[in-house]
Design a protein around this ligand. Structure first.
Ligand code: HEC
Length: 336
């Protein structure tokens, strides 16, 4: 007879419907919810991913004590649906909220004190995939989920999968080794096993998710991972500016870069204050001109104190805000 621990490993190699949540390491004790992607209707709640107590209850303290770190890292953070009866063709969102990251420093050793997770990880999956299991919920699936949300209004259910297939190469390599780079590789990407197959720099997104940052910060960090704007992406640079970038530059740059401020000396980076009713439109156009004249990289370099910025380092210690500025300037560069 197979030992229980072996069974569990086999289970997560795809023999049974099960999934693992990973932030950096596995996230145990996270609350699992499944909602319908289009309607937002909740179809399942009340489950949580396996933590140390789950394992002890299943296998006994002695057995768990005997596990290697790597074994523990593959048993923690697991979710199993008992009687999955999801509608095969429907798109669902599986969310794992909160819990604890058992290897937050990513050194493949179980942390003595697991780090609390404040945000929520998502994966967009069809009912067929949910019934089958064998996927992961990670910052990579989060990025793809945000990408899908961004194009959802202009993309039918049938067109979602090809759009996600086309975007997969921005995030991962051919994880499943089936000679195709597609959405299946995003769902199969396992941080513990596939660090070499990661293409996108998911550090900023991971930090934003772990810290429970706002929706707009998480979305900006996620969308910044994609090389091309999503097909049919309707959000204009001005909308994005109004939504998040304006707050960043007003608070981080506005004290100097305003009429009469010290940042106006010999520069064309002058923000209208929020007291001006047209500040969103005027400031967006100011940045459009600045990008045209100087380029995106020049402005980003100045924001972190490079190129002899008179204002020094403003955003170097604020990766989420830097990501927002970068996304905004890139939208402008692409003519958005
Ligand atoms: C403490 C004051 C101060 C703050 C805050 C500040 N800057 Fe500056 N900035 C300056 C000064 C002074 C100059 C002119 C000297 C120079 O070119 O670096 C300048 C110049 C620039 C230029 C060159 C504009 C041109 O026409 O070539 C850019 C771009 C810039 N800053 C971006 C930023 C961004 C982005 C922020 C906010 C994230 C920011 N700065 C915040 C003081 C500041």
């Amino acid at each position: 007879m197979l030992k229980p621990k072996l069974l569990l490993i086999l289970a997560c190699l795809g023999l049974t419907a099960c999934e693992q949540a990973q932030m950096v390491g596995p996230v145990g004790g996270g609350e699992v919810t499944v909602t319908e992607f289009r309607s937002g209707e909740t179809v399942l709640t009340g489950l949580s991913t396996s933590d140390e107590d789950t394992l002890i209850a299943l296998f006994g303290q002695e057995t768990v004590d005997g596990y290697t770190s790597l074994q523990l890292l593959s048993f923690l953070g697991i979710n199993t649906f008992n009687n999955p009866g999801f509608n095969d063709a429907t798109w669902y969102v599986m969310a794992v909220q909160g819990g604890f990251d058992y290897d937050a420093d990513g050194n493949l050793l179980v942390d003595q004190a697991p780090a609390q997770v404040f945000g929520t990880l998502h994966a967009l999956v069809t009912g067929e995939q949910l019934n089958r299991g064998g996927f992961l919920v990670t910052p990579v699936t989060e990025a793809a989920y945000r990408y899908a949300l961004d194009i959802a209004d202009s993309t039918s259910d049938d067109a979602l999968r090809p759009a996600l297939d086309a975007a997969a190469g921005d995030l991962v390599d051919d994880v499943t080794a089936d000679d195709e780079l597609d959405y299946g590789d995003i769902l199969a990407w396992n941080r513990i096993l596939h660090s070499q197959q990661l293409r996108g720099d998911i550090g900023t997104l991971t930090n934003a998710l772990a810290a429970g940052e706002s929706e707009s910060v998480v979305t900006a960090a996620a969308l910044a991972l994609f090389s091309t704007a999503p097909p049919g992406n309707e959000q204009s640079a001005e909308e994005f500016f109004a939504q998040s970038a304006s707050d960043v530059v007003q608070s981080r740059c506005g004290t100097c870069h305003r009429v009469g401020g010290i940042g106006t000396r010999g520069t064309s980076h002058i923000l209208q204050p929020t007291s001006n009713n047209d500040h969103i439109a005027l400031n967006t156009e100011m940045y459009r001109a600045l990008v045209g004249q100087r380029g995106v990289q020049y402005i980003l370099d100045k924001s972190v104190g490079q190129r002899g910025h008179g204002g020094g380092n403003r955003l170097g210690n604020f990766p989420e805000e830097f990501a927002i500025l970068e996304t905004f300037l890139t939208l402008l560069e692409n003519g958005g």
